[in-house]
Design a protein around this ligand. Structure first.
Ligand SMILES: Cc1cc2nc3c(=O)[nH]c(=O)nc-3n(C[C@H](O)[C@H](O)[C@H](O)COP(=O)(O)OP(=O)(O)OC[C@H]3O[C@@H](n4cnc5c(N)ncnc54)[C@H](O)[C@@H]3O)c2cc1C
Length: 471
């Protein structure tokens, strides 16, 4: 072979899909929050699995590290290259839908398909792909799989791990693994696809997936309620689960501080009730069955909750437009926090029963931080509460001060999480952000097994080095 790796990659994918100029590569080299600034030899955008395979084989031969990337909306820096000699391999051009099999409730899509498009395509076939999160318009299937993303639908449908039936991936030596089965039962040995789910691009490149579909909900109701504390929030969850069963599509909590930040930065948004209670819950119930009266069901639960003083106020959306207005308060949190200041966002989970104690402990310790706004938002039904310290930019005005602030916040939150038998990453992954904390908190036997898997797949250590752990 002759020529540099980028020249040879250009011969595979086409010269315009190998980018090296700063103006072209900038968007691929820094993360969505603007927290990590990366460096790389170039950005390669293959157009199909075969091209991914040939580029990966080339990198393997040259010994060049690869940072897989999708929509680059990850929140832990996992898609940011840290090594000037590495390449970013962005899969966004792999954006075709191969098949929708409505009778099997499944669809096969390429890894670069944007989540919103996948959801729209499922809807055209009268089905639902239930994954939903704030980055729906930009995040891609390969990224969602690689981070085992959660979002607002986990309570009912599970996270990405539960929504993937099969995977096609390019291994670090360039071989294509076709695990694209659309089966719900398959006990023929190890379930290899599970290794790629949540691997954050450290074991190979996901190029396509078979996804689980559901009947499309045709009736729904949404409400926002105000409540005094997290014990009441959990009582409300159980009350709703008891009377509405598994029709609860989402059950999300946010603190008053968080709601205020959203309203401050989005003057076009409004709260359906006065913002004076410490906590707000957004509930959506839905079902594919007709004729069961979702609004009546929700009203009945909320009436009991009001009577028992579990909640202090409630607003039920009377139509879909009003429901969307309630949900935009939730889905624009990350964007609003970014405008408010330097955001130190945590993504921890604890047993649901431990949420009130967890928040009480971290809030008490975080109260000592200079001028920080402490916000909370989360998926109560999954025990996953994001504690977010928004630090004012006039005080946290240099990378060093910001990193020091972030380290203080993270240490407090992670210590309390682990003390309550929780996880330091519920849905965003480890990326660059939590590498040292994982090393600190994860038992060494866990890390040994993880490293053994990594070595088996990627003996040369070329796939996304420095993410999850330092090998
Ligand atoms: C506004 C906003 C709201 C969000 N809300 C949520 C939420 O509620 N729940 C949640 O879980 N996350 C949330 N996120 C985080 C993010 O959207 C998810 O992590 C998403 O899964 C990332 O997808 P992506 O395509 O952008 O991946 P990227 O950011 O490009 O990559 C993420 C990781 O996956 C790897 N990767 C990407 N594509 C591939 C591939 N094809 N093969 C192998 N590895 C790959 C990368 O190397 C990196 O480690 C939110 C982000 C934003 C900006």
């Amino acid at each position: 072979m002759s020529g540099s790796i980028l020249e040879q990659a250009a011969a595979i994918v086409g010269a315009k899909y190998v980018q090296t100029n700063k103006e072209d590569t900038d968007q691929y080299l820094r993360d969505w929050r603007g927290r990590y600034e990366g460096r790389a030899l170039g950005v390669i955008l293959p157009g199909n699995t075969e091209e991914v395979s040939r580029v990966v084989q080339l990198c393997s031969e040259f010994g060049v590290c690869i940072v897989p990337q999708g929509g680059n909306t990850g929140l832990t820096g996992g898609a940011v290259p840290q090594d000037a000699a590495a390449v970013v391999l962005n899969v966004s051009r792999l954006n075709r839908v191969h098949e929708v099999d409505a009778a099997n409730n499944s669809m096969v899509v390429e890894a670069g398909c944007i989540l919103a498009n996948v959801r729209d395509e499922a809807e055209k076939h009268d089905r639902q792909f239930p994954m939903l999160l704030g980055s729906v318009g930009s995040c891609e299937i390969g990224g969602l799989i690689s981070t085992n993303a959660g979002g607002t639908g986990v309570l009912r449908y599970g996270n990405m791990r539960e929504l993937v039936l099969g995977i096609e991936a390019v291994l670090p030596d360039g071989r294509i693994w076709n695990g694209l089965k659309s089966l719900r039962k398959d006990n023929s040995g190890y379930d290899l696809k599970q290794l790629f789910i949540g691997a954050e691009g450290t074991l190979g490149i996901v190029t396509a997936a078979s996804l689980k579909l559901y009947q499309r909900p045709v009736q729904s109701a949404t409400a926002m309620v105000a409540t005094a504390d997290l014990d009441q929030v959990i009582k409300l969850l159980h009350l709703a689960q008891k009377s509405i069963g598994n029709r609860i599509e989402a059950f999300e909590v946010m603190s008053m501080s968080q709601l205020k930040v959203v309203l401050k930065h989005r003057s076009d948004f409004s709260s359906p009730m006065p913002v004076e209670a410490p906590w707000y819950v957004l509930i959506e119930i839905a079902d594919s069955a007709e004729g069961w009266g979702p609004s009546e069901s929700l009203e009945a639960v909320l009436a009991v909750a009001l009577e028992q003083e579990i909640i202090s106020d409630a607003a039920i959306a009377t139509d879909l437009a009003k429901a969307a207005k309630i949900w935009e308060l939730r889905h624009n949190i990350s964007e609003a926090n970014k405008h408010e200041g330097f955001t130190v966002s945590n993504d921890t989970s604890v047993p649901i029963s431990a949420i009130p104690e967890f928040i009480a402990r971290v809030d008490k310790r975080l109260a000592t931080l200079k001028s920080a706004t402490i916000c909370h938002v989360g998926h109560v039904g999954d025990g996953n509460i994001h504690v977010i310290a928004v630090l004012p930019r006039d005080i946290y005005n240099s990378p060093d001060v910001c990193e020091e602030g972030a380290a203080t916040v993270n240490a407090i939150i992670h210590e309390e999480t682990v003390a309550l038998n929780g996880s330091i990453s519920a849905e965003h992954g480890i990326g660059i952000m939590h590498v040292s904390r994982l090393e600190h908190f994860k038992p060494s036997i866990d890390l040994d097994m993880m490293r053994a898997v990594k070595a088996a797949f990627d003996p040369k250590g070329l796939m996304n080095p420095g993410k999850i752990f330092n090998v």
